[in-house]
Ligand binder design. Structure first.
Ligand code: SAM
Length: 216
């Protein structure tokens, strides 16, 4: 079976399982298949609902995990969104498709900044801006954000990310242990600046390394 047919089946499965809930997320998944964002030798595995290796010992998340986070983020056209942990660029491409706006994404590993930029260009995405840096500090030049999506596991909620959210804005972030187990948190910043946290259960991400994450 060709890559496109395999990918469409994966998307249909996620819809059937109730993981992809909205037409918008379904359309974004169909527009940007995961195989566009992995190295050639992994393309034939891109439809399998598991994480896959990307350069520098990092991972591209499993399709169900990306869908869960995008549905929780509840992205709407025009929103200003920051992603932390660019990796392959796939999630950033999906976010950009959902918000139809410029998206800022921060990655700490230079090799992955290049990898993501190459993938995004080849996929025809020109409104994702990949920034090299420590995403635990957010990205102040484009703050405040409607949404911040973190795709690596933090020891705690990084304070700068709360500061850079708009009142009413939302942060999606895995928080927990260094090795493979975190809770997926939905952090809502209320109008008075305080936060409300909802826990969406266990997930497994590579560590968020930086000043407000795990130490270098
Ligand atoms: N969102 C990615 C995608 O669509 O391919 C997957 C991200 S991968 C699970 C996590 C990424 O977070 C890795 O590329 C890692 O280098 C990056 N990362 C870890 N700590 C970071 C930090 N402080 N700032 C920016 N990126 C960080």
């Amino acid at each position: 079976m060709d890559l496109d047919t395999l990918w469409k089946r994966t998307v249909e499965n996620l819809v059937r399982e109730g993981i992809i809930k909205s037409d918008a997320v379904k359309r974004a998944f169909l527009k940007y298949p995961r195989y566009l964002f992995v190295e050639d030798r992994y393309k034939k595995y891109a439809h399998i609902d598991e994480p896959l290796p990307i350069p520098a010992g990092q991972t591209i998340s499993a399709p169900h995990m990306v869908a869960i986070m995008l549905e929780l983020a509840d992205l709407k056209p025009g929103m200003n969104v920051l992603e932390i942990g660019t990796g392959s660029g796939w999630n950033a491409a999906l976010i950009a498709e959902l918000v139809r706006n410029d998206v800022y994404t921060v990655e700490r590993i230079p090799e992955l900044v290049e990898f993501a930029r190459k993938n995004l260009k080849r996929a025809g995405v020109n409104n994702v801006h990949v920034i090299l840096g420590d995403g635990t500090k957010g990205f102040p030049p484009k703050a405040p954000y409607d949404r911040i999506v973190v795709t690596a596991g933090a020891p705690d909620i990084p304070k700068p990310l709360i500061e850079q959210l708009k009142p009413g804005g939302k942060l999606i972030i895995p928080v927990g242990s260094y090795h493979l187990w975190q809770d997926l948190l939905e952090v809502i910043k209320l109008q008075d600046g305080s936060i409300k946290v909802k826990n969406h259960g266990g997930v497994a991400f590579v560590p968020l390394i930086g000043e407000y994450g795990w130490g270098e």
